[in-house]
Design a binder for this molecule. Structure first.
Ligand SMILES: *Cc1c(COP(=O)(O)O)cnc(C)c1O
Length: 418
């Protein structure tokens, strides 16, 4: 499909080819990124992009829906199956919109929302000050423990009792440990709040049973579809039957117009791929690789927030090395290791040049890296950090990275049993 583009728009074709080469010629360690299969690409690049389908299956505002209805029903059923949920809405354009829809299903403007502070690992849409979620709602952020970097459920419970939020949001973008959804559920019940669990990062781990599921404990579960779940960029909301109507109304017509049917089609394919023993093995390997990477980094004297990882990501605290995150992330990028600088809990440095670097294993695991390669990656990272001002060494590491990448070509196909 892409080859045909060369004829029609050679400029864009060339840029896509360049990006493809970049993605295969580097180690992609941004924990929210992954590689999707050709099947997902084909579905999300299909003629479904031509169709308007405002409404829901069986109750649309435009005609010509006999195929779109079948696709959306299939996507909904697959989502309900893999997450074991009563109800699924597959229309949110992204994780951010899924969160807005979740809040608008449960809250009136001005009511109180309690979410993990962004500088402690929460997402913008959990009520951070620059986000509309703190302008529409009264936002009470909770921190992680400043010393351990861990969620402190007693502190969260105390805050909840004090502020009596109507919604508690749990879930994170930079938290390397298991989240105790059961504890959050208990706290929410105690204070009469709804619990929203945002599993954008860990959805794939949850589906594979490598991280506990929030579905039994949360009123609503939101997620993206493109991180560990390995689908096209999009969002989902899962909920108990009692919230189904409110959720559907909040997404459409509350926030969105026509659903992106091409994306929903791609998400359906990705969810079939995720419902396989192969995907479980993948998710288990994601965690094994993160642990191997973490252990080796600590052997090299790196300090990690919370002292390690239980999931797909690692947060390096660079303070003991006397370094900041941005120059380290930039040097890693020159060595073909792509990560992002990130705040650590109680960071003394500003958010634009914080003390941490965030690393993730979902993409490298998709291309077949195992523990041995994860250890090699830790050694590369250490070498770069020890030679931040030595471009010759950084270039040499970059060449070794390229060699390693050439041994692990980006896979095109994942198995879907018929
Ligand atoms: C990535 C992420 C989102 C937002 O997803 P987008 O698709 O980028 O809008 C929301 N919540 C969490 C926890 C995330 O990590």
């Amino acid at each position: 499909m892409i080859d045909a583009l060369e004829q029609y728009d050679p400029q864009i074709y060339e840029l896509i080819r360049q990006e493809e080469a970049r993605q295969s010629g580097c180690i992609r360690m941004i924990p929210s990124e992954n590689y999707v299969s050709k099947a997902v690409m084909m579905a999300s690049g299909s003629c479904l992009t031509n169709k308007y389908a405002e409404g829901y299956p069986g109750r649309r505002y435009y005609e010509g829906q006999h195929v779109t209805d079948l696709i959306e029903i299939l996507a909904i059923e697959r989502a309900k199956t893999i997450f074991r949920a009563d109800h699924a809405n597959v229309q949110p354009y992204s994780g951010s919109v899924a969160n807005l829809a979740a809040y608008s299903a449960l809250l009136e403007p001005g009511e109180t929302l309690m979410g993990l502070s962004l500088d402690h690992g929460g997402h913008l849409t959990h009520g951070w000050k620059v986000s509309m979620t703190s302008r529409f709602f009264h936002s009470v952020p909770y921190p992680v423990d400043g010393k351990t970097g861990l969620l402190d459920y007693t502190m969260i419970e105390d805050l909840a009792k004090k502020h009596r939020p109507k919604v508690i949001v749990c879930g994170a973008t930079a938290y390397p440990r298991i989240i105790d959804f059961e504890a959050f559920g208990r706290i929410a019940k105690q204070v009469g709040a709804y619990l929203v669990a945002d599993i954008a990062h860990i959805a794939g781990l949850v589906v594979a049973g490598v991280h506990p599921s929030p579905v039994p404990h949360a009123d609503l579960v939101t997620t993206t579809t493109h991180k560990t779940l390995r689908g096209p960029r999009g969002g989902l909301i899962l909920c108990k039957a009692e919230h189904a109507k409110a959720v559907d109304r909040a997404v459409f017509p509350g926030l969105q117009g026509g659903p992106h049917m091409h994306t929903i089609t791609g998400v359906a394919v990705a969810m079939a791929e995720a419902n396989t023993p192969e995907f479980v093995v993948y998710a288990q390997q994601v965690v094994k690789n993160a642990k191997a990477l973490a252990d080796r980094l600590m052997e090299h004297g790196f300090e990690l927030s919370t002292g390690g990882t239980d999931n797909h990501l690692i947060l390096i605290d660079l303070r003991n090395k006397g370094l900041l995150g941005k120059p380290v992330a930039k040097a890693l990028d020159r060595a073909r290791i792509v990560a992002n600088y990130n705040s650590i809990p109680n960071d003394p440095a500003p958010p634009m040049n914080p003390s941490g670097v965030r690393l993730g294993t979902p993409a490298m695991t998709t291309r077949g890296f195992k523990e041995a390669e994860a250890v090699q990656v830790a050694d590369f990272i250490n070498k770069v950090v020890q030679n931040l001002d030595n471009e010759a060494v950084i270039e040499k590491v970059g060449n070794e990275v390229l060699m390693l990448c050439s041994q692990f070509p980006v896979p095109e196909h994942f198995i879907i049993p018929q």
